[in-house]
Write a protein that binds this ligand. Structure first.
Ligand SMILES: Cc1ncc(COP(=O)(O)O)c(C=O)c1O
Length: 420
């Protein structure tokens, strides 16, 4: 049997390769930090490159305080709990981390997941049914899209960050939607019972920040709840690192916040949903990734607590990240690279002015790698056709010299390919 299936799978793999979309992983032989040893292709001799493509925004992936907290938790709480939370997988550590996150975001309660993918995947189905509606930004992360797919609520997609399009969707949901739930005649269109507007706080391809002020105004007008995934903002965006919600001056006004511990907050794994008490309680009762997947490892929970403690104590890493980001953005702009204005450490170097943008993205990332700068090119279907780019991600752990080396390499490679 497998011979035939094997043939089909190989055909599929060939198609992916022929389309130039085959993803090859680079082997990192060190911890995650700015200067990493990478072996690529896998058998090649390892070499040192500067990493400009991780989500290690605050440099906590290798921070001594987090490592020490994880070590201590290993000694005191063991390696794992071999259980989901509600059977015998809840330690005081998990409750402590949940409380910390609630205090951080000024919310009533928080529930932990193994990842933000799970937090988003397990969010909508338990809260909404066929009579309800979800209104979702067209560029929301895959995990929000998948979470919505698992839910029976009616889905409306609004154009990316377009408040008119969001309002049109809200009107439609409020005026009446077709509800079709099983055999028999379709019912008359009826207004949605409950509505959730779902948005990324920061969109990962462009580093653009959702206009939460406007979204919340519309939500109030049309009596909807607002859900924000702040994975690319928790810990560093906003005056005290409370993310896109603080950046938009909307702390305390978002109903549901999801985010990850797998980026700025240590970079291992773990996610959470934070918000109103009843919503979190329903998730504890009904959310499938919470009920049917193992609890977060104690070492990760302890390091998560240490990460939030560190941010409470000092603003230094956040400030350093912002300084590095602005230096990089200003210098790249001055050199003539096409970058959208902004202040987020995701800095896309856009190739939209070139007809061979997809090919250029690959050539540039290859040549930059040869110059010792590790960045990734994104092209269709990861981004729309004609929108290829190199996505650079800045970290607080980058030194001034790292930033200067990256800029010099971009200048050299950019000139070689006639981009600047
Ligand atoms: C916006 C957004 N949400 C969720 C996730 C998933 O996070 P995690 O790695 O914790 O599953 C990501 C990760 O890429 C993301 O960018």
């Amino acid at each position: 049997m497998y011979q035939r299936v094997k043939y089909d799978f190989n055909q599929e793999l060939t198609k992916i390769k022929d389309a130039g979309l085959f993803k090859e992983e680079r082997l990192i032989l060190t911890s995650q930090k700015p200067g990493i040893y990478v072996s690529f292709p896998a058998a090649a001799k390892a070499r040192e490159v500067l990493n400009f493509c991780s989500n290690n925004y605050l440099g906590l992936a290798n921070h001594p305080e987090l490592i020490q907290a994880a070590h201590q938790a290993l000694d005191q709480y063991g390696f794992g709990l071999a259980s989901v939370r509600f059977i015998c997988g809840t330690q005081d550590l998990h409750k402590k981390l949940e409380d910390k996150i609630s205090k951080f975001y000024h919310t009533e309660d928080t529930i932990l997941y193994s990842s933000c993918y799970d937090a988003n995947g397990g969010l909508f189905e338990g809260l909404l049914g066929t009579e309800d509606a979800i209104i979702t930004d067209a560029l929301n992360h895959a995990s929000i899209i998948d979470g919505i797919r698992l839910c029976k609520a009616k889905r409306f997609i609004y154009e990316h960050s377009d408040m008119r399009s969001l309002e049109t969707a809200l009107k439609k949901a409020r005026e009446g939607m077709d509800i079709w739930d099983g055999p028999g005649l379709a019912k008359e269109p009826v207004p949605a019972r409950n509505i959730i507007i779902a948005t990324d706080g920061v969109f990962s391809m462009d580093g653009d920040i959702a206009d939460l002020k406007h979204i919340i105004e519309l939500a109030n007008t049309y009596d909807a709840l607002v859900m924000v995934d702040d994975s690319h903002a928790t810990g560093f965006l906003g005056r005290t690192g409370r993310g896109s919600i603080e950046y938009n001056d909307m702390l305390g006004k978002v109903d549901i916040i999801t985010s990850t511990l797998g980026k700025a907050m240590g970079g291992a794994s773990g996610g959470f949903t934070s918000g109103h008490r009843e919503i979190i309680e329903i998730l504890r009762q009904k959310s499938r990734p919470y009920l049917f997947s193992n609890t977060l490892a104690p070492a990760i929970a302890a390091a998560g607590i240490a990460a939030f403690d560190l941010l409470e104590r000092s603003d230094d890493l956040r400030r350093q990240l912002m300084e590095n980001t602005m230096t990089f953005r200003q210098e790249m702009g001055r050199l003539g690279f096409d970058i959208n204005e902004g202040s987020h450490p995701i800095v896309p170097i856009l190739l939209r002015k070139f007809s061979n943008d997809a090919q250029l993205a690959q050539l540039l990332s290859r040549d930059l790698y040869a110059e010792g700068i590790y960045v990734v090119g994104f092209f269709f279907p990861v981004v729309p056709r004609g929108q290829s780019r190199i996505r650079v991600q800045i970290s607080a752990a980058h030194s001034k010299e790292h930033i200067e080396r990256a800029i010099a390499a971009f200048a050299k490679v950019g000139r070689k390919h006639g981009i600047i």
